[in-house]
Design a protein around this ligand. Sequence first.
Ligand code: ADP
Ligand code: ZN
Length: 829
Amino acid sequence: MHRYARVVLDLPGVGREFDYIIPSALQGRVQKGVLVVVPFSDRRAYGIVIETCTQSEYAQRMIESVLDDRPVVAPSQIELARILSENTLSPLGAILFSMLPPGLSQQADVLYTWLGSDEIGEAGETERALMRLLVRRGPLRGRQIDAALPYRDWRTAARRLIRRGLLRAEPVLPPSSVRPKVVRTAQLACSPEEAQAQLPHLGRPGSVALVRRQAMLRFLIQEPWPLDVTWLYAVSGGNRADLDYLAERGLIRLSETEVWRDPLEGIAAVDEPTAPLNLTSDQQRALEVILECLHQSEEAAKKPILLFGVTGSGKIEIYLQSVAEALVQGKQALVLVPEIALTPQLVRRFLARFPGQVGLIHSRLSAGERYDTWRRARDGRLGVVIGPRSALFTPMERLGLIILDEAHEPSYYQSETPPYYHAVQAAMEYARLTSSVLVLGSATPDIVQYYRAQKEGWPVLRLPERVQTVLAPKGQESPNVTVKPAPLPQVKIVDMRQELKAGNRSIFSRALLENLEQVIQAGQQAILYLNRLGASTYVFCRECGYVLKCPRCEIPLTYHLDPAELICHRCNYRRLVPKTCPQCGGHEFRHYGLGTERVEQELGRTFPGIRILRLDSSTSRVKGAVDLILTHFAHHQADVLIGTQMLAKGLDLPLVTLVGIVLADVGLTLPDFRAAERAFQLLTQVAGRAGRGPWGGRVILQTFQPEHYAIRYAAHHDYEGFFHHELELRRTIGYPPFARLVRLEFRHKDRRTVEQESERMAEHIRRWISESDQPRCEVIGPAPCFYTRLEGRYRWQIVLRGEDPIFLLRPHFSELKDWRVEVDPPSLL
Ligand code: ADP
Ligand code: ZN
């Protein structure tokens, strides 16, 4: 019999696991993966059981309760958490608890109920105060008692009272926000004939109540299944009292039914179910490899599959057909996307292909909606889960296929809150643990991933050509569409320095203006792309060059038009535009650079009457706004869509025949080894939005640095060329894939403290290196980060570069607890 359990706690700073005794009352309920409440020093904490055992030298205290009899994490997830903890230098608890839906992992609270009489005999002051409080106010949660009583040690007093049988303590979970949702339903409780016979006797003849009750009952006679009562109210005009009236007479039965909060309600019904498309020969070849892997998953799961398909090559259709096969085999599938709001088309296509089987994990879901989707997946009721990186941790017992779309996207890296991990790496481990097939899809594979694919012999499936659907000539019946390869759009580079020399001071080059004109004339659509926010990048004094920066973050402030103010996009500091320069007193403050609002204004001026939509972080803040803007544009309710990075992903808009990249240079000069790769990916993705329909398309790329290699290769859709160029650069400067990086960052309000701590740590690390017999590792820094200050705190970093810097740091993990540690971070800014 397993009498002990090893438990990982949800307490920050408590990295270790602890052993607890399983009390006899909980025998059989405590199993691997369940969520429990345990005492920890003088409080209670949530914990996840990662193991049960027959012996323990350490266990002294008992598990208090089991919060959910079903495991909240599967054994393979516990194993994954262990591996990630080792590889990312994060505490096991941080990783395990980040796998749970939000709300479940909050710290436990306990409900205290007074059981005794008012007379408690011998008792201290605290005990009496606690009694009086609970008698007066009824059962209270620990946090409410904290607020109500002046005694900090009241929990000790409470324990004494519990032992005397005067007080009861029970953990409360799930927190109210993630409680299952129920609806009240009504159903006929007698035969339709009996009900029919009662119709005239449901109230005073001629009264309105009679009419309402009759309407209700008639409706229930027609629909002999449990009906949501709100619906009944709506169709009958009746109310709760009428329902009770019918129930008291035994005519109907009231009950509660649990409903799943489904964020897809409404959406799922929009599209007709779709059948698989006939594949092109490239698609067919790619799919066959994936299907083969699905059939012999044990072997295949050892290596990811890279699906390298240019924009518009039909990768999603391959995902769909792979998932279909997984479902046929009785397996479940996970589909990860960089950001769900920006991939509405992918989501819709999955919903239409697999009606009723798709669950969506979404950052804007309520905690309750997330909890429900999570439970449906755990219960095996969902065949497919689509979501951002965190969806990887949705419990799925029969997982067989993991797909990551746009696998090169930096949003697969979690950098906002710990644990810092990369979903691609996590997915690779998880696929191995669950013998699942992993597909990484991209038009511009990450340089490191592509390098590994070649070195380690991953299957690379290429879709070098676009798919184009051609409407068949009128009169011809089925098939009404045929498929043929379509060219990638032609890209024209415009040197903006030449424009200036030629006297064109507009933000639009002559070439872009001409093309816009044509597109609008022809009734087609254009996208103007910009990767910055606000009406201008930064504000500077024309006379002395002084640049206005955020006083807290020291990065340039962004100018916004409506309302006119300057905003720091790091910390949200805001101020008005000064009338005079703080440095020289000059009166010529000027906006430099470009923003979506400025482009919108200028476009409206140049083409009066055209219909413009804007998609950027300010227009998309409201729930559903992205979808709305994109739907409007897709239905040709606008001629031009102006947008930022958001536009780069997953959109398939056949009427778009022109993409204008207003300024391609932005981002190229950032001091980061991935800057060129990022710029290349973005430019390629954006260019890929043009010419997806039968009318073809072109791209106008405006730049001040037409000779830059990232711009040149992007203009030629030349991934291989870029890859080799970039790889050689990385080799020379010794960056990934030729080395691994660990970034250590320290933040503090006081600049001196940051400097001193950074110097001290660098010193230590140098010593660890000299004492280690491991492969060479190099210390870069310490130095201030590019974004020197964040939310009022200074940032410094130390970068370790070498074959295995993680190995070097692992033994010293506890010494790094005040540091932010990032393994293989996608950016060093
Ligand atoms: P990607 O994700 O590679 O950019 P998509 O999967 O969005 O490309 O495909 C681009 C367009 O081509 C979509 O409109 C899709 O419906 C269409 N398409 C893809 N494959 C086929 C096919 N085999 N037959 C017909 N249309 C296809
Ligand atoms: Zn700021």
